[in-house]
Design a protein around this ligand. Structure first.
Ligand SMILES: Nc1nc2c(c(=O)[nH]1)N[C@H]1C(S)=C(S)[C@@H](COP(=O)(O)O)O[C@H]1N2
Ligand SMILES: [Mo]
Length: 555
């Protein structure tokens, strides 16, 4: 157990660490019926027509020695690295999931509309319940880094790891088609489907079909399973991961719609993870049951014999993977800043060149506005904010200063006179929830024209009346370049009305190509500076300083 100070313990290791899974009953029943009916069909077939034949040799190439066979060294290495990366993706993914432990098929994430939740709590409606309040604990034995609300570091592992996962996948697929090996896992005849069903009938009625010896070929069901994992689950996991990027979805809203919306994409992303896990369980079970030593020699040594060496080295390989979790845990809690910077060195230059260039251009309709919008953050407790709130922020003056030619102090009415615009956009919180709302306010570009930043001003800092999770005023920064983009607003209105207090009154930022934490609420003042390094701990914002979030969260 990591030793926390009181403030961190309250967040990471709260007294309520219960874990519950609730699934919408209709989904559970539907799934139960679907699974049961195929199993019953198998039993009926066996009762009526007897056990269907399954050829002992692979059906794709009748003379199995003529076709591609064996496990070349690249297959074995890809297999190991894939296992290493997938396990870390799953572990860090679970930590991320628990930060908003509900999955939906609607982009508004209305509490109660989730199809599955991993928390015993129903969202209370009689008080403010923020998304942060809703985050759940996960044991560090299961998640990386585990505990509660450790999403900054969980994302570091997830996003560094996914590079390894993708590179392994690309190498594997190139080699697969560069050799004849692809024929081993790509079904090329519809007969395979029939034979896969016949094979399934064996398993479903508790029989083992004839073992084809995977060195030379797989049975049809195995072939389809491997094909599905490589060519469907892998790409789907990547594609749905991208569908959660605010930069991508706000530039190409149709992309999320391919998966049925942003939250459906998140649900599918979860389901691919679940499918990988389910595959792993069945795969390992069958490897043990159908000749463990021989199978291990195949995938570890590339030989087809019964010597124990493959088994021993295989266990060492599994040990290395488990060791990677222990090392990740150690690094997460001892060197989080180093990890944050490691991810930054990989993603920051890449995002500046790619995702961050996309210009937000969302056009949602009034009808798509979410009926619910999760709140986040701590309401300001400062007396001056409370006094301003009492008279509807009439006496509020936004201070804009720093490296500008013309520092100004503007009331809400002054701001309004700069020319307000409205956009209906989708908000993406780092925790996983989203919501569609109409935001009204003045484009940051207008304010920039007014104050005229000096040439050395590169960064705009937004300071809040509100406190951050671990205390101290909340702030965040944007590059001057990014706030010039369309749809970047200093918002004073939400869904056609004055910005409600919970959602950031009197002013909040909207930057549609980044995650929610960049959008400071309860803005008190704006300062133009040379670099974000001059503020706070120098990471670019309060969450970046204290929670190791990314400086540039386009994804
Ligand atoms: N001052 C301040 N602004 C903040 C936060 C905060 O904690 N304090 N949370 C951020 C996060 S994490 C999100 S997702 C959005 C949430 O905006 P909402 O409450 O309108 O949904 O506000 C952002 N702005
Ligand atoms: Mo957030």
């Amino acid at each position: 157990m990591v030793r926390f100070d009181a403030a961190h313990k309250a967040v990471h290791y709260p007294p309520d660490r219960r874990f519950r899974i609730w699934i919408r009953p209709s989904i559970l029943i539907g799934l139960g019926i679907a699974i049961l009916s195929v199993i019953v069909a198998a039993w009926i077939e066996v009762a009526v027509a007897g056990m269907p034949p399954v050829p002992a040799v692979p059906q794709i190439y009748p003379n199995n020695f003529a076709g591609p066979h064996g496990f070349p060294v690249w297959v074995r290495y890809c297999h190991f690295f894939n296992f290493l990366f997938v396990m870390m993706l799953i572990r860090s993914g679970l930590s991320i999931l628990m930060d908003h432990p509900r999955l939906y098929f609607n982009d508004g994430c209305t509490p109660g509309s989730e199809w599955i939740r991993f928390t015993p709590l129903k969202v209370p409606r009689d008080r403010i319940w923020t998304a942060k309040d809703d985050a759940r604990y996960i044991s560090p034995l299961v998640g990386t880094p585990g505990y509660r609300h450790t999403i900054g570091i969980a994302r570091v592992w997830h996003l560094i790891d996914v590079h390894g996962f993708i590179i392994t996948g690309i190498v594997f697929i190139i080699m697969l088609f560069d050799t004849e090996q692809w024929r081993r896992i790509v079904p090329t005849s519809p007969v395979v489907l029939l034979q896969a069903w016949n094979t399934f009938v064996h398993y479903a009625t508790f029989h083992l079909p004839p073992e084809p010896n995977g060195f030379y070929g797989y049975n049809a069901l195995q072939q389809i399973a491997y094909f599905t994992v490589v060519f469907i689950f892998g790409p789907l996991a990547i594609a749905t991961g991208i569908a959660m990027s605010p930069a991508v979805v706000n530039r190409f809203p149709w992309y999320a719609r391919i998966f049925g919306g942003r939250q459906s994409a998140r649900s599918v992303h979860f389901l691919t993870m679940f499918s990988f896990l389910a595959f792993l369980v069945v795969h390992v079970t069958l490897i043990v049951m159908t000749g463990f030593a021989r199978n291990m020699n195949h995938i570890v040594m590339g030989t087809d014999d019964l010597k124990p060496i493959g088994m021993y080295l295989g266990f060492v390989g599994i040990g290395v993977v488990v060791l990677s979790w222990i090392v990740a845990h150690y690094l997460s809690w001892r060197h989080p800043r180093g990890l944050q910077h490691a991810l930054k060195s990989v993603t920051y230059p890449m995002q500046i060149l790619t995702l961050n260039r996309l210009q937000p251009q969302q056009k949602y309709t009034e009808k798509e506005i979410s009926s619910y919008f999760w709140p986040n953050g701590k309401m300001p407790v400062r007396e001056d904010w409370k006094r301003l709130a009492e008279n509807g922020f009439e006496s509020f003056h936004l201070k804009v200063g720093g490296l500008v030619e013309k520092p100004v102090e503007l009331s809400l009415a002054d701001l309004e006179r700069l020319g307000e615009v409205e956009h209906i956009t989708m908000h993406h919180c780092i925790q996983g929830w989203s919501g569609i709302a109409k935001w009204g306010g003045i484009p940051m570009q207008k304010l920039i024209e007014l104050v005229q930043p000096k040439p050395e001003a590169k960064v705009v800092a937004f300071f809040s009346f509100g406190e951050a999770l671990y205390g101290g005023p909340y702030y965040d920064t944007q590059s001057l370049e990014n706030v010039r983009k369309p749809q970047c607003l200093l918002a004073s209105r939400m869904n056609g009305e004055r910005l409600p207090q919970v959602y950031g009154a009197p002013l909040r930022l909207r930057v549609e190509n980044q995650l929610g934490y960049k959008m400071v609420k309860w803005i008190e003042r704006i300062e133009f500076v040379e670099s974000e390094k001059l503020l706070g701990k120098g990471e670019g914002g309060k969450n970046e300083d204290d929670e190791y979030f990314d400086l540039l969260p386009n994804i």
